[in-house]
Design a protein around this ligand. Structure first.
Ligand code: SAM
Length: 220
């Protein structure tokens, strides 16, 4: 794990472990509620097909993976990785509560070093994760996503957009402990550098979020 990943891990361990007081409580509730709402929205907009093999990098409490299983082919196994062990513990509880332990698998791993063989997935998701990646880690994480995707597979990313209002950006950096917020053009140039093609922007209905978001799908 690199320095970015240790930094994100420490932040989410504190958040999930309840060590940030009221903020922990609010954040956990927001993740639970919003995750279940936007998961379906995100997966439909991203064009998830019934038999796609899906990996979510930074899967958090597994809301999206659980929703993917419910929405699509329930004979597929879905995979998630995350750097925060406490978050993964909660993901495991959520998966067990829904009796999906045989279908949704999670493991501890960072975005920059994925424990999967080349060409294993049709879709790789990065939902609300890339703000935690410095430019160097973002580039290596895109390289890993590219490696584990099958030819023709899709990378789907969703993240806060930088705001034209500096005060909002400062609040976002301070509250989420983000490393970097990026606009569409910048993300497109990272994708091209990692050999992804056909980047397309799409929108997801999430009116409860405090700022604008950016959703992008690109092809291997
Ligand atoms: C805001 S949460 C989003 C969780 C989930 N994707 C969702 O939308 O419900 C961000 C998650 O990314 C994880 N994370 C941050 N940086 C990571 C990295 N470099 N590799 C893997 N996971 C990471 C955090 O531990 C946290 O669980």
């Amino acid at each position: 794990m690199n320095e970015d990943e240790r930094f994100a891990q420490a932040f989410y361990e504190d958040l999930e472990g309840g060590r940030l007081g009221l903020f922990s409580l609010v954040a956990r509730t927001v993740f639970d509620v919003s995750g279940y709402f936007y998961a379906g929205n995100l997966l439909r907009s991203a064009g998830l097909r019934p038999r796609d093999r899906v990996l979510e990098v930074g899967c958090g409490a597994a809301s999206i993976l659980i929703r993917a299983h419910g929405l699509r082919d329930s004979t597929r196994r879905y995979y998630g990785v995350d750097v925060c062990l406490t978050m993964l513990e909660r993901a495991r509880e959520n998966i067990k509560r829904r009796d999906l332990s045989g279908w949704v698998s999670i493991a501890a791993a960072p975005a920059s070093c994925l424990p999967f063989k080349d060409r294993s997935f049709d879709m790789v998701l990065l939902a609300y994760v890339i703000k935690h990646l410095s430019d160097e880690t973002f580039a290596s994480s895109l390289g890993e996503a590219y490696r584990v995707l099958l030819p023709g597979g899709h990378l789907v990313m969703w993240e806060f957009l930088p705001s034209p209002i500096p005060w909002i950006n400062n609040r976002l950096y301070s509250i989420t402990k983000a490393r970097r917020l990026r606009g569409y053009e910048e993300i497109v140039s990272f994708l091209a550098e990692a050999s992804f093609t056909n980047p397309e922007r799409f929108s997801i209905f999430a009116p409860w979020l405090p700022t604008r978001t950016l959703a992008v799908v690109a092809t291997k």
